[in-house]
Design a protein. Structure first.
Lengths: 736, 73
């Protein structure tokens, strides 16, 4: 709504030291100067509809959606305006607990404990109240202002689940409100509630009651604190007692120099001992979790009344009986995957010709305006064709992402992880690794990102390291070219299939090797929720795919652009004008068109031989000689580090036939004349294994968490590629 | 008895949760704690993974992890 009538009473009395304000509202005039955004930390378990609630809360009013990243897990920030209030939502990663070991849990905890914000909005799945309360209880112990939103309340009602919010408020001590992000019900009220709470001077205190033995100890500690007239910050002495008993590290840090601690320590040790005996465990964290579980069970009994078995749960189990069927589960999954790839390649190919045509006509259109030869070559041959080659794959990427988003949002993905875990586990991989591995057949870049779904660092690294073995779409032209040159048409398809399969098998074997020799240690436990099936929200799907596509385009505009310029430069410089001149006279004197063409090709190949790229190829020739590669194959492999598509065009230029594509017969023939079958097979093997393209490598650095991992990957893949190519070359030579 | 020994469709009450620190915490954060009611829903083909229901949540876990959970029918 328009906010012309904002007056002072609307403006909160929030007292908070402001750090840097992320909400800048560039497009709008601030309603009133001095108005500060209410900063809200959004916390909730996975699959509670948090993203959907953010969409519902911010509506179309959202001003700025930006990512500021943690290490590998992103927090999302959304700013918007509502009824004269500015809201600044920080979406924390969905976690079952904030006390655990996973990266998401650490990111969430780190923010909740150390950052400055006005209140916590805890989003809860009404259909799964008891388990969701476990997180709610942990959040309460942070002693911050908090509001609990019971999301999916419409679904719960349909399921005949009734939650007594008044009673729940009484127990938790914080405001509880029913909402539905899907229908928008309760969203207005929630926003209202949020700024009312933020404006309040006082924070509510939780009334959660622990088990008798714990309560006894808490009272002892609290009484002691009261006797000494102790008070700390805005905490009640009960809250201090809970913090001390359950090892709240931040509280200990703050209090450790306080003289009262000397007397407190014996008391605390004594209390702990009592609790240890009672719980038969010496792990205070574990005891706290067990206490929470008992409390959650109690609360759920008190506030929840479910009349019949949940309909959505029954439906989920019915669908599961088909999709997770003992014998049909895997075939059904394979069928879905096959379908996704058919769609990716078939539908993705439809607009390709148009995009290709548009790019080349755009290139010549732009070229016609530039008179300077060098500049034109840079822009048309370097930038436009380089970036264009990447843009060509945008439709494939969009379809693939849509498929993956569907897998994720419907809840099917965790089922597949369940089905495949048994098989993958034998190779030292986690069931969830299948998503990035399958994505890797399309493009390695999104595959690296997809590996984020793996919680364990070791599982994630192993998956990242073997992903390159899944031959990506860009390597296909190379295979097609070489198979066409050295094998008969009849068996070409089988050879291609063999290449892909052996790549995947090699990946699995390498995973096992990495697990045994490098990333040793305990396996990541496979305990995961199988969420209920839900119809995906179109809005959310659109949002996901749109932002992924945008990211891809951005990469094409920045990274690929720079790489294209670099390759162009290295293959065009240093200029050799005397050589050019001598050839130009020859070309002018040439009789036939064919002769001219040949001379031009010869010139191009001579120029390339003397370019920086050619020099690099020649200098590294010795390294590749044992594999049967000449300097031209060497250069092709090296330019392939930038992008695998470049390998074919480089070969084309180097073998002097000008611009070629993979179906060019002449290049095939020239390859057959220049290379023996042993070298060709060894080349295919090398291409299968060696480092993915520059774009993928840079994503790898980001995902693996450091440049040194790329060095490891480079050594790992190059060594494997070299050794296997060497074996291939010599075995084939012996046989032939 | 061990959770992994339950028959398909059989329910039981959790008596104790064992295992590494990390695993115990993982179990607890899903509500798999002493006193919780669990039902074995299904096993995978090779019996290496099992599907259980805790409260209203469906969980998947490996058989060897399920060994850590002692239940009482």
């Amino acid at each position: 709504m328009e906010c012309n009538s904002c007056n002072d009473e609307h403006i909160g009395k929030r007292k908070r030291k402001r750090g840097k304000n992320h909400c800048t509202f560039e497009n709008k005039e601030p309603i009133k100067s001095g108005l500060e955004a209410i900063k809200i930390a959004l916390a909730g378990q996975p699959n509670v509809g948090k993203s959907m609630l953010i969409n519902a809360l911010s509506g179309s009013n959202s001003v700025k959606v930006g990512n500021f990243s943690g290490v590998t897990v992103d927090k999302l920030e959304v700013c918007f305006e509502h009824h004269c209030h500015l809201f600044d939502l920080i979406d924390l990663p969905g976690t079952y607990s904030i006390d655990g070991f996973t990266q998401e849990e650490k990111v969430a905890k780190e923010f909740l404990v150390n950052e400055d914000y006005d209140l916590i909005l805890n989003v809860v799945d009404s259909t799964n109240l008891q388990r969701n309360l476990l997180l709610t209880l942990e959040l309460l112990e942070l002693n911050k202002k908090m509001v609990v939103a019971l999301n999916m309340s419409d679904e719960a009602e349909k399921d005949n689940i009734h939650i007594d919010t008044k009673q729940l408020e009484k127990i938790l001590g914080v405001k509880v409100i029913k909402v539905s992000a899907k229908s928008g019900q309760g969203v207005e009220e929630l926003l209202e509630l949020l700024h009312n709470e933020a404006d309040k001077q006082e924070r509510e205190v939780s009334n959660v009651i622990f088990s008798d033995p714990v309560e006894e100890e808490l009272i002892k500690i609290e009484n002691f604190l009261n006797e000494r007239g102790f008070s700390y910050g805005d905490l009640t002495n009960t809250e201090v007692a809970i913090g001390l008993l359950f090892e709240d590290t931040k509280l200990y840090k703050k209090l450790h120099e306080n003289p009262i601690m000397i007397e407190l320590y014996p008391l605390l040790i004594d209390s702990r001992e009592h609790i240890y005996t009672h719980h038969d465990s010496k792990d205070i964290k574990e005891i706290k979790l067990a206490e929470h579980a008992a409390i959650a069970r109690g609360i759920s009994k008190e506030v929840l009344s479910a009349k019949s078995k949940s309909k959505s749960l029954t439906l989920t189990q019915k669908i599961d009986s088909i999709l997770m069927h003992k014998y049909f589960g895997i075939p059904i999954f394979l069928f879905f995957m096959w379908g996704l790839f058919q769609l990716t390649f078939e539908f993705g190919a439809l607009p390709m010709d148009y995009i290709d045509g548009a790019i080349s006509s755009f290139g010549s259109f732009v070229g016609s305006f530039i008179s300077n030869d060098g500049l034109r070559s840079l822009i048309v041959d370097g930038i436009i064709s380089g970036v264009g080659a990447v843009l060509l794959f945008l439709p494939n990427i969009v379809i693939l992402y849509l498929g993956i988003a569907l897998l994720e949002t419907t809840g099917y993905m965790s089922r597949v992880a369940f089905i495949l875990d048994g098989f993958f586990h034998k190779f030292g991989l986690h069931g969830k690794s299948f998503i990035p591995l399958v994505t890797g057949f399309g493009c390695t870049v999104p595959a690296y990102m997809a590996a984020r779904t793996l919680k364990s660092e070791k599982d994630r690294l192993i998956t990242l390291f073997i992903l390159g073995f899944m031959s990506c779409g860009a390597r296909l032209p190379i295979y097609v070219l070489f198979i066409g040159a050295f094998f008969s048409q009849e068996i070409a398809g089988n050879i291609l299939f063999l290449i892909y399969i052996s790549g995947a098998l090699l990946g699995l074997i390498m995973a096992k090797a990495l697990r045994v020799f490098v990333f040793k240690g305990e396996d990541e436990p496979f305990v995961m929720e199988l969420p209920r099936y839900r119809m995906p929200s179109i809005k959310l799907l659109w949002h996901t795919v749109y932002s992924k596509a945008l990211g891809y385009l951005k990469k094409a505009g920045t990274f690929i652009l720079a790489a294209s310029m670099l390759i162009w430069f290295a293959s065009n410089y240093p200029k050799n004008s005397s050589l050019t001149k001598s050839y130009q006279t020859k070309i002018e004197q040439a009789q036939s068109k064919e002769q001219k063409q040949n001379l031009e090709n010869e010139l191009n190949s001579k120029l390339l031989e003397n370019s920086y790229l050619g020099v690099i190829g020649k200098s590294t020739e010795a390294f590749f000689a044992p594999l049967g590669f000449d300097w031209r194959l060497t250069v092709a492999l090296e330019t392939g580090l930038a992008a695998k598509e470049v390998v074919v065009s480089t070969l084309g230029v180097l073998y002097s036939v000008g611009e070629v594509d993979e179906s060019s017969d002449t290049l095939k023939e020239i390859l057959r004349k220049n290379i023996d079958i042993a070298a060709a097979l060894s080349f295919i093997v090398f291409v299968m294994i060696y480092l993915p393209c520059l774009a993928a490598s840079s994503v790898f650095v980001k995902e693996a968490g450091g440049f040194r991992y790329l060095v490891y990957l480079f050594i790992f893949t190059t060594t494997t590629a070299w050794v296997l190519s060497f074996i291939t070359y010599n075995v084939v030579k012996l046989l032939a | 008895m061990k959770l992994s020994k339950l028959k398909k469709g059989q329910s039981a009450i959790v008596k104790s949760v064992d295992g590494t620190k990390e695993m115990k915490q993982r179990f607890l954060s899903f509500g798999l704690s002493k006193g919780a009611e669990v039902t074995l829903i299904d096993c995978s083909l090779t019996k290496s993974n099992i599907e259980i229901m805790v409260d209203t949540t469906l969980l998947a876990l490996r058989r060897e992890e399920a060994q850590n959970i002692e239940v009482e029918v």
